[in-house]
Design a protein around this ligand. Sequence first.
Ligand code: ADP
Ligand code: MG
Length: 343
Amino acid sequence: MINFILGLFSYDLAIDLGTANTLVYVRGKGIAIRENTAVARSKRARETLAIGSAAAKMLGKTGKSIEVVRPLRAGVISDYSAAAVLLTHFIHKVHQSGTFHPRIPRPRVVIGIPSSINEVERKAVREVALKAGARKVYLVPETVAAAAGVIKNFSLESVAAVIDVGGGTTDIALISSGREVESVSLRTAGDKMDADIIEFVKLRYSLLIGEPTAERTKIALADARPAKDVFQVIRGRDLESGLPRSVKISNFEIYNALKSSFDEIVEASVALFEGAPPELISDIMQSGVILSGGGALIKNLDVVLSQALNIKVKLAEDPLTAVVRGCAKLLSDRPLLKKVSHV
Ligand code: ADP
Ligand code: MG
């Protein structure tokens, strides 16, 4: 009863708890939070120092006494307490700006989760959300959420294929009757590409760069096809002298550094399609494949995938928000939500 009453003063929420970014949609208001999935804390006392984008800004700049953790790095909750701190903070934050200020918000929450996570990990996500104050938690596979976000009148009759290139994982799935019929999750995604760039710059230029620099370089120069027409100056620390140094690199060099990652995503997609029921593929050939997640913005990734699969690949509109928009749509269609979620 008390939950019910507190629930009346809480907003229903859709959350994309991504490995790189967490987005929170507030029913009736829109996307209220869009921040990095990161927490900064002191190493000794484990005191939380910053949450979200503020914590991510500290990445690579903190001394030995502070650590910046990404609680979902590999697509699963690897740091339970940091994930709980983050979710609790965001759930409270969206309630603070409302007309009512429930001291203990008890919202209904739809969360997009990676398809690869097992029963135990799903339970962990649910527990984190309940601990953060949710009174009811619906877990929806993020590829299904992305399809719901992109397809206009998404229903149980919809057939879809989704390739979601996120930070920690790339999730590829064929969807029918609101479920993943075939799916695969790769650890090859944005973070791996950043690591590829760090490694390349180290080997080729004896220069040490941090993750934020690698990510900026990727966003500026990554192209799934070889081209040499864009250059970027990057700064780092010389491996031998230890002094600051800068080098100019091209999109062609970054293409070579990332090629194996691109190939892995393409090959896994082809393998999944090859093993799929022919009728499903025939429907997907008409609807096309949805490309979502931040990695979808890599230049020409849609073109390369389309050529390899021999099916039209459509870049989702605003690919970084597809999952949270899909979760939001499901929030307002309770019967559909019940069918597609793990309650
Ligand atoms: P997750 O769902 O795992 O949190 P996102 O879908 O939010 O991941 O995508 C984050 C990843 O996308 C990061 O690795 C980020 O560097 C990458 N990314 C964001 N924008 C771009 C871009 N324009 N080009 C290439 N990669 C991008
Ligand atoms: Mg995601």
